[in-house]
Design a protein around this ligand. Structure first.
Ligand SMILES: Cc1ncc(COP(=O)(O)O)c(C=O)c1O
Length: 404
């Protein structure tokens, strides 16, 4: 074994300070799949924090598709999409997603993170001002940071605030603009005002990009918060790793935009393609959602039960329900109390959410039973601190300059 010389003292100090602020993290290693009941450290716990919303990662058709593809194509892709890693399955999945979501073309990426990074770095150069919702996902924020490296200007607007966005658009000094938003906000469970954003984008001649990582497979008929409409967002980003139970990301748009991305997006060009079994699993999952509305319906029933049980009555209908705690150390303590009662729901802290606004991020799956949901909501109701002074995230004022 090698003997590393160790971190230099300033890095050791940084880690110590980070942990002292209640922000330390470690992995929690499951010995089972993303089922309602999971095996963690030999304990059986009820899982209420997975993004496997439809439970499709274990659906027999999805598993069979992955197994068949493994036999045919093997386990690894062996090259990037532009060299040797692309298969007929990749192309079929791109065609299926484009057809389902109502776009002329689609590009797959190894992750949703890579899809957002690609979109922002290709679409935003020094002629573009990007307008980004303050609560956008870290992959959009990192895309904005990288776009600044291209010379793009980035403006952050208040969460879902169309008048604020209009005011910012009115001050634009670059020839072009680009509006970017999550469809379903990953920590808040709130939904972007997609129709309003489409209208504002048209008024100001800017394209609109919606990242519907958490909306696709969960909202409407499964096509998410930006489900086909006319006019539609110009670019739709999604992930295969949440409701679709697989892994990977995608971007739907017109053919020119997709071709530009294929030619210039570094995360697309310089990363090994997703392995065929994963692509086959996603393809099977999309077909299940398209052909059997029961998957989304079961999830929606459970969403309503969870929201009712936690006393969160907004109508967003998303499977993400934040339980506000506030203090980081207290959030970890509540997660630990839940763990001792047999529930797996990690605390979400800075920098994923602003400092002092830690939450437990509860999610529900189509595969949970009523009894499991009721057991969780009753334990969460007992164990969470009184909501004194901690507003629900969708009503909370912004606390600090966003981290874009
Ligand atoms: C809104 C949003 N966009 C993009 C991503 C990234 O997707 P992936 O996990 O496939 O990289 C996530 C993942 O957490 C997300 O929540």
């Amino acid at each position: 074994m090698t003997t590393p010389t160790g971190l230099s003292p300033h890095l050791t100090d940084r880690l110590r300070t980070w942990r002292a602020a209640g922000l330390g993290r470690t992995t929690v290693d499951l010995a089972s799949g993303q089922h309602p009941v999971v095996d963690v450290d030999g304990d059986r716990r009820l899982l209420f924090s997975s993004s496997n919303y439809l439970g499709l990662s274990h659906h027999p058709d999805v598993v069979a598709a992955a197994v068949d593809a493994t036999r045919t194509f093997g386990t690894g892709a062996g090259g990037s999409r532009l060299t040797t890693g692309s298969t007929t399955l990749h192309r079929r999945l791109e065609e299926e997603l484009a057809d389902w979501l109502g776009y002329p073309d689609c590009v797959l990426f190894p992750t949703g993170y890579a899809a957002n990074l690609s979109a922002l770095t290709v679409l935003a150069d020094d002629t573009v001002t990007v307008y980004s919702d303050e609560r956008n996902h870290a992959s959009i924020i990192d895309g904005c940071r990288a776009a600044k490296g291209n010379g793009a200007t980035v403006h952050v607007y208040a969460h879902r605030d169309l008048p604020a966005l209009r005011r910012l658009l009115g001050t634009r000094t670059t020839p072009h603009g680009l509006i970017v938003t999550d469809g379903v906000f990953s920590m808040d469970g709130t939904v972007a005002p997609v129709d309003g954003l489409v209208a504002v984008a048209r008024e100001h001649g800017c394209p609109l990009l919606v990242d519907d990582a958490h909306g696709i497979g969960t909202l409407g008929d499964g096509r998410g918060s930006a489900a086909p409409r006319s006019p539609a967002p110009d670019v739709l980003v999604g992930t295969l790793s949440k409701a679709l139970g697989a892994e990977g990301g995608f971007l739907c748009a017109d053919t020119t935009t997709c071709d530009l991305v294929r030619n210039q997006a570094r995360p697309f060009i310089y990363s090994t393609a997703s392995p065929a079994p994963t692509v086959a699993a996603a393809l099977a999952a999309v077909r299940l959602v398209r052909t059997d509305p029961g998957h989304v319906r079961r999830l929606q029933d459970n969403v309503h039960r969870l929201r009712r049980g936690l006393g969160v009555h907004n109508a967003s209908g998303t499977p993400i329900v934040p339980v506000p705690v506030g203090d980081e150390t207290q959030a970890v303590a509540v997660a630990e109390s839940l763990r001792q009662e047999g529930f797996h729901v990690p605390a979400i802290r800075y920098p994923t959410v602003p400092r002092g606004r830690a939450i437990l991020r509860a999610t529900v799956m189509a595969t949970h039973t009523d009894a499991q949901i009721d057991a969780f909501t009753s334990a969460a109701g007992r164990l969470r601190p009184a909501p004194a002074g901690v507003p629900a995230p969708d009503r909370a004022p912004t606390r600090r300059a966003p981290a874009h």
